[in-house]
Design a protein around this ligand. Structure first.
Ligand code: G4P
Length: 524
């Protein structure tokens, strides 16, 4: 726990969800409470419309929004809240995973009717890798939802975390009456309101008033359910939440701004202030006096005529100041930043100082790579960010023989930005780009053409997974590489990667080579 009050009051987190669960709506309501916007609808979703076919121009248009809203910060009560925005489109999931390395906690939004979805599962996996504390918000209770007890079981089983409801819904859909707050022991009745922050109506559940408000049957049902909850779930324990073992659960409707204030109030109270960060050399404590930070995201400029990007730096310790020389560890050189920016809901401003927990935007002309560390002189390396095995693979080929150099440079820089992953097949020397979705290929092609004046062509390669391999048995590793020589590649760090062309092949390889470990993320 930080002892510096400036650091202690910071809450740096991300709201994540399977697309359409309500992340944008919840973010917007938080900004309403934070006084950053006055009416709902002011924040545009940065997701790419579902109806649009994969069209890069659409993304280009919307990128303006996602750049400026990459981080949203506001003061709420005595807290400084930093919300890190993540792309709404599934094809950019990798970007979301990286953002999760810069947060101290996470709120996961789940659609009450759909429950846990693919992306929810994957996001939780990433949180689990770092023991990130998680709060779950079950959204859209104004629509017909699953039974709340079934939902709790589903969350627990599918997300592999203990859950503890802190609010409890009274019915859902047209019958939705409100939520009971198990933390403060009061009841908030549902008043749909999309435009303004409404006052809540409080009712003591032990009194007759409850029966009058929601009817005798529902009142009895609620009393029964609360008894069951207290019997089934152990007391909520903040330490278990902070260790990432238990996830408190809230119910509500983001669109109707219902249950959101309870969530925000509890969040600022229990969510961790900036946590210690593990560097390769040592653990860095947030309230150390010296500044350290790392780059977790690089965003290309919206204006294609200016190739400069913004590198997002998470301040891990101490205080960052404008125009002070800092040490760029990988380049082994000193740099100063005259116009670092911080982000409000929709504008960005130059800042003079930032504290551990804050995110600052540094103008970048190719000096930064994801994972780069800045310090006051110490040789420190914050741990590599995990790469996941991509889902789709294609050979990238040069389509303009005169522009070979430009293409190589473009690919190199786009990979530094973390747009996709590059593997070089050791057998034929061909470059393979791995992505999460089709859109990324289009982004790469478009950007190579417009920013680097290079043309590329995609050629199919049928692959199932890329696995990072290692073994304590060098002879076996050698034998494996010889046997699979056509499918061996190197990633950008020079690590061995096995490109399996089918699930069956992978399974057979795992059976035949018992001492080789096959990893599906680059962090092991
Ligand atoms: P996302 O960022 O997680 O993708 O979700 P987003 O907030 O954009 O919400 C997805 C859709 O779900 C939106 O509808 C939104 O209005 C709706 N929604 C969000 N929260 C609630 C809720 O509590 N109750 C109900 N009934 N709906 C909710 P849309 O039709 O896709 O977009 P829009 O035209 O409403 O903007």
């Amino acid at each position: 726990m930080a002892t510096n009050p400036e650091i202690e009051r910071r809450r740096t987190f991300a709201i994540v969800a399977h697309p359409d669960a309500g992340k944008t709506s919840l973010t917007e309501k938080f900004l309403l409470f934070g006084g950053q916007i006055q009416v709902a609808g002011a924040v545009k979703s940065n997701k790419i419309k579902k109806t649009a076919t994969s069209d890069w121009m659409d993304i280009e248009k919307q990128r303006g929004i996602s750049v400026t809203t990459s981080v949203m910060e506001f003061d709420y009560k005595d807290y400084k809240v930093n919300i890190l925005d993540t792309p709404g489109h599934q094809d950019f999931a990798e970007d979301t995973y990286r953002t999760l390395t810069a947060v101290d906690s996470v709120i996961i939004v789940v659609d009450g009717a759909k429950g846990v979805e693919t992306q929810t599962r994957k996001l939780m996996e990433v949180c689990r890798m770092r023991n990130t504390p998680v709060i779950i918000f079950v959204n859209k209770m104004d629509r017909e939802a699953k039974d709340p007890f079934d939902l709790m079981d589903e969350l627990e089983e599918e997300l592999v975390i203990q859950v503890r409801p802190l609010t409890w819904p009274i019915e859902s859909g047209p019958r939705f009456k409100g939520v009971y707050n198990l933390y403060e022991h009061n009841l908030n009745l549902f008043q749909p309101s999309k435009q303004v922050v409404t006052e809540k109506v409080e009712v003591d559940i032990t009194t007759e008033e409850l029966d009058q408000r929601i009817g005798r049957d529902l009142a009895d049902k609620l009393r029964g359910e609360l008894e069951l909850i207290e019997g089934v779930y152990p007391e909520f324990n903040v330490d278990e939440y902070l260790k990432g073992e238990t996830a408190p659960v809230f119910f509500g409707s983001a669109l109707n701004n219902f249950g959101v204030e309870e969530l925000l109030n509890t969040f600022v109270e229990i969510a961790p202030s900036p946590r210690p960060v593990q560097a390769e050399e040592r653990v860095v404590m947030p309230d150390e006096p010296r500044f350290t930070g790392f780059i977790f995201k690089i965003t290309a400029n919206i204006d294609p005529n200016h190739r400069s990007c913004i590198a997002f730096c998470k301040v891990c310790s101490g205080k960052f100041s404008r125009n002070v020389p800092y040490y760029h560890v990988r380049h082994d050189k000193t740099m100063r930043f005259s116009s670092p920016t911080q982000f409000m809901a929709q504008r960005k401003t130059t800042v003079d100082e930032a504290w551990a927990g804050d995110i600052i935007g540094l103008p970048d002309n190719g000096t930064f790579k994801i994972g780069d560390t800045l310090t006051e002189g110490e040789h420190l390396h914050f741990r590599g960010l995990p790469s996941f095995s991509p889902e789709m693979f294609k050979y990238i080929e040069n389509a303009d023989p005169m522009k070979q150099k430009q293409l190589a440079k473009g690919i190199d820089q786009l990979m530094d930005e973390g747009v996709a992953q590059l593997f070089v097949n050791q057998f034929n020397g061909r470059k393979i780009i791995g992505t999460v979705g089709q859109l990324q290929f289009e982004v790469i092609q478009y950007r190579l053409e417009h920013e680097y004046n290079a043309k590329c062509r995609w050629e199919p390669v049928s692959l199932y997974k890329a696995c990072w391999i290692e073994s304590d048995d060098p002879a076996e590793l050698d034998a494996f590489k010889k046997r699979k020589y056509q499918y061996m590649a190197k990633d950008r760090e020079g690590r061995d990667v096995f490109l399996a062309d089918s699930g069956y092949v992978l399974q057979m390889a795992q059976m035949d080579f018992k001492h080789i470990k096959f990893h599906f993320t680059s962090e092991f």
